[in-house]
Design a protein around this ligand. Structure first.
Ligand code: ACO
Length: 433
């Protein structure tokens, strides 16, 4: 925090004033520190949806929504997407620097060592009915991980925290693939640590004992990119949930389960699934104008899924990168004849030219394209948000590690405006009308 100045808040009712320090980060909008407001002036602040509230100081990810910038530990997402791998990005997000060759070898070896899940953990899946939503199962399984590692659950111990981070990153693909196999009734495929992180995941998903499976390099490249782009996104809803849960001292797996649950919502990670459902519902490119009209109608709750973002009001840099990959993939897979891809491309074009979307700065977001990519890779629809969770798990655990490493970390506890009944006395039931 190199520079400090102040903002004066004046209470017009009492004439009292308060000097609030202004905090400056390395990049970004200055932040008014209003921590003393209640003590000095007797007010809380009100900011539903936290649209203008900074909840923490973080050194992990920076977003400039107006300029369409996304940095992981200072590195532009474009450079990482082109030159790095998902696992290297995991190292970067967790520890703040790109690994040296020795650090990289050690990290990779540690991740490989943790890819298997406890057999009893696998048996949890038997309890879920077939057809259970994969995200529901993932909420359960990530939380259940806390029941297997009692010896390393001391959240005050940095080595325990680090071990938990390794486990979360390494086991998420295994859990995800097991969840898929449970749903389709195929045998579970154990991790093969000779394969790369992404190849290993695809192998666990799509190989069966009866046939040899070789992951398609096109699929590996597209998934690698998708995971990198989803790895972290500063204080979004699921990450804030992980931090809030962690602020109480809850164990990391319980916190991650909270993050998975939050991600599931269609306004957040569930949008990638919602995009494909919407494309199927549209069904024919001729129907697009009808859906655009519905999206604009204030009396209709329908929104164009995969459009708009709370922070990006210019373009989503992740969407730009994944859009390119999406087009390349559709080209290679010769998917142009599949109607939903055709609808997606036309919808994108029409919405980008429409005044309603232009004036509100509603651009296709990362989920618009990731849904299309996952669909083209034959990942089933209900697994889409699980794929997002797999990529984001490193962001959640990195943010949790950062928070838990802070000396003055306090439990998160927002306040409220109470608008319920005023204080009143209990009336015995026989006296009520
Ligand atoms: N379709 C139609 N209109 C929209 C859409 C949309 N997808 N998104 C926003 N709008 C309109 C709103 O109706 C509002 O119009 P108004 O000013 O006339 O009232 C205006 O644009 C601003 O919208 P807000 O709701 O204030 O934007 P907010 O920042 O709260 O919401 C959100 C952002 C949740 C992403 C929203 O754009 C949306 O619901 N998008 C669809 C779901 C989606 O794709 N989510 C994925 C987000 S990315 C991610 O999680 C990785």
């Amino acid at each position: 925090m190199p520079k400090k100045d102040t903002v004066t808040i004046t209470d017009n009712a009492t004439g009292k004033t308060m000097e609030c320090p202004v905090l400056h980060g390395v990049h970004g909008v200055p932040v008014v520190d209003i921590q003393g407001l209640y003590k000095n002036l007797g007010y809380f602040t009100h900011d539903p949806g936290f649209t203008t509230t900074s909840s923490c100081e973080s050194r992990i990810t920076y977003i400039d929504g107006d300029e369409g910038v996304l940095l992981y530990r200072g590195y532009p997402i474009e450079q990482l997407a082109e030159k790095s791998s998902y696992l290297e990005v995991c190292y970067l997000l967790l520890y703040g620097e790109l690994p040296t060759p020795t650090q990289w070898q050690d990290f990779e070896a540690r991740i490989r060592k943790h890819t298997m899940v406890h057999e009893d953990g696998r048996h949890f899946l038997r309890g879920y009915r077939r057809g259970a939503h994969p995200m529901g199962m993932l909420v359960g399984l990530t939380g259940a991980m806390s029941t297997f590692y009692h010896a390393t659950l001391d959240v005050g111990n940095p080595e325990h925290r680090n071990r938990s981070a390794m486990r979360v990153i390494a086991k998420m693909p295994t859990l995800a693939a097991f969840i898929y196999k449970h749903g389709v009734g195929q045998p579970y495929v154990y991790p093969n640590n000779k394969l790369s992180f992404v190849e290993n995941f695809l192998n666990m998903m799509f190989s069966v004992p009866a046939e040899e499976y070789v992951p398609d390099p096109v699929a590996v490249k597209a998934l690698e990119l998708m995971l990198i782009l989803h790895a972290d996104h500063e204080q979004n809803a699921s990450t804030s949930t992980v931090r809030l849960a962690g602020s109480s001292g809850a164990n990391p797996y319980a916190c991650i389960a909270g993050g998975v649950a939050t991600l599931w919502g269609p306004a957040h990670g569930g949008a990638n699934e919602a995009v494909i459902k919407m494309l199927h519902a549209i069904g024919d490119a001729k129907e697009i104008p009808k859906y655009i009209a519905r999206a604009k109608d204030k009396n209709d709750s329908f929104r164009l899924m995969g459009f708009g973002h709370r922070v990006y009001k210019n373009f989503d840099p992740r969407a730009k990168l994944i859009r390119k990959a999406c087009y390349e993939l559709l080209d290679k897979l010769d998917a142009s004849e599949q109607p939903i891809f055709e609808i997606a491309l036309q919808l994108e074009k029409i919405a980008l030219e429409d005044e309603y979307f232009i004036s509100r700065k509603l651009y296709p977001n990362v989920d618009f394209y990731s849904g299309i990519i996952l669909s083209a890779l034959n990942i089933p629809l209900s697994m889409f948000t699980v794929m997002f969770a797999m990529g984001r798990s490193v962001g959640w655990i990195s943010q949790w590690m950062e928070m838990m490493g802070e000396p003055n970390q306090r439990i998160g506890r927002p306040r409220q405006i109470y608008s319920g009944a005023a204080k009143r006395d209990y009336i015995a039931i026989k006296e009520r009308d």
